[in-house]
Write a protein that binds this ligand. Structure first.
Ligand SMILES: Nc1ncnc2c1ncn2[C@@H]1O[C@H](COP(=O)(O)OP(=O)(O)OP(=O)(O)O)[C@@H](O)[C@H]1O
Ligand SMILES: [Mg+2]
Length: 233
């Protein structure tokens, strides 16, 4: 029974990988055609062009996210020793301009926390969490705190943010693919709805866990625990 379920799971992953891979080419062609139209001086850009460009960009994002999701579970990455505190700093540096645009202040604190895994995937995990903490935050004076800690046996990454009050029932569903919350946050910051599913998948492929908790004063606390590793020599 378990073997049958695993085989079906692998089949579904292969299907998602193949389907998203096949969609890449027509979407890239569409993107090029839209660029050619934009640069044609004899044809002024219309509102329809802009909408087509936005829809095309979103479809490309969705396809890339699906492709990543299907690949992560295959665990085909090379492992190295990774310090989560450096990953947190790198993700913060990258997303600082976005945080400034949203009026959100970001604080990074904590100690070195070593784990074994793919530095690229762990950066993707941290970036997705930080991106969420910035865009699904208060519209004014929002804050984000990203913390790393070394606990016995575990390297722990926590991302906490202010925001709307969330019910525990809603929070329990947020890691499901295409789940995008409710209310104002959803309308203003509509993403693809795969960010947390990717985080969960990356954590799982590193033998770790992801937990989400609604903060009583609003916003979310997200914790990723990964098996601890010794620092490399
Ligand atoms: N840090 C957070 N604070 C408050 N709400 C959050 C946070 N992270 C996620 N959410 C809620 O969970 C939903 C799912 O998040 P997820 O990252 O999977 O998708 P998304 O951000 O909508 O789209 P994308 O695929 O672009 O990341 C969000 O739409 C939002 O409602
Ligand atoms: Mg997201």
């Amino acid at each position: 029974m378990l073997a049958q379920l695993e085989a079906r799971d692998a089949e579904l992953r292969r299907f998602a990988a193949n389907a998203s891979h096949e969609l890449r080419t027509p979407l890239a062609i569409m993107q090029t055609l839209l660029e050619v139209a934009r640069n044609d001086p004899s044809r002024p850009s219309t509102e329809l062009d802009e909408r087509l460009r936005a829809v095309n960009a979103r479809a490309i994002e969705l396809t890339e996210a699906l492709l990543l999701l299907s690949k992560v579970d295959q665990r085909s990455f090379v492992r190295e020793t990774v310090d989560l505190s450096l990953v947190a700093e790198e993700a913060t540096e990258t997303l600082l301009p976005l945080a400034e645009k949203h009026g959100v202040s970001v604080e990074v604190c904590g100690t070195a926390a070593f784990t074994s895994g793919s530095s690229a995937l762990l950066l993707q995990l941290t970036t997705n969490l930080l991106h969420n903490a910035v865009v699904h935050n208060l519209s004014k004076n929002g804050t984000v705190r990203i913390t790393t800690a070394a606990e016995p046996g575990w390297a722990v990454l926590t991302v906490e943010n202010t925001g709307e009050e969330l019910s525990p029932q809603l929070v329990a569903t947020l890691t499901e693919p295409f789940q995008r919350g409710t209310g104002r946050a959803r309308r203003d910051q509509a993403g693809v709805g795969l960010g947390l599913a990717i985080v969960k998948s990356i954590a799982r492929s590193h033998d770790g866990t992801l937990s989400l908790g609604a903060r009583p004063q609003g916003g979310l606390t997200v914790t990723v625990r990964l098996p601890a590793a010794r620092p490399s020599a």
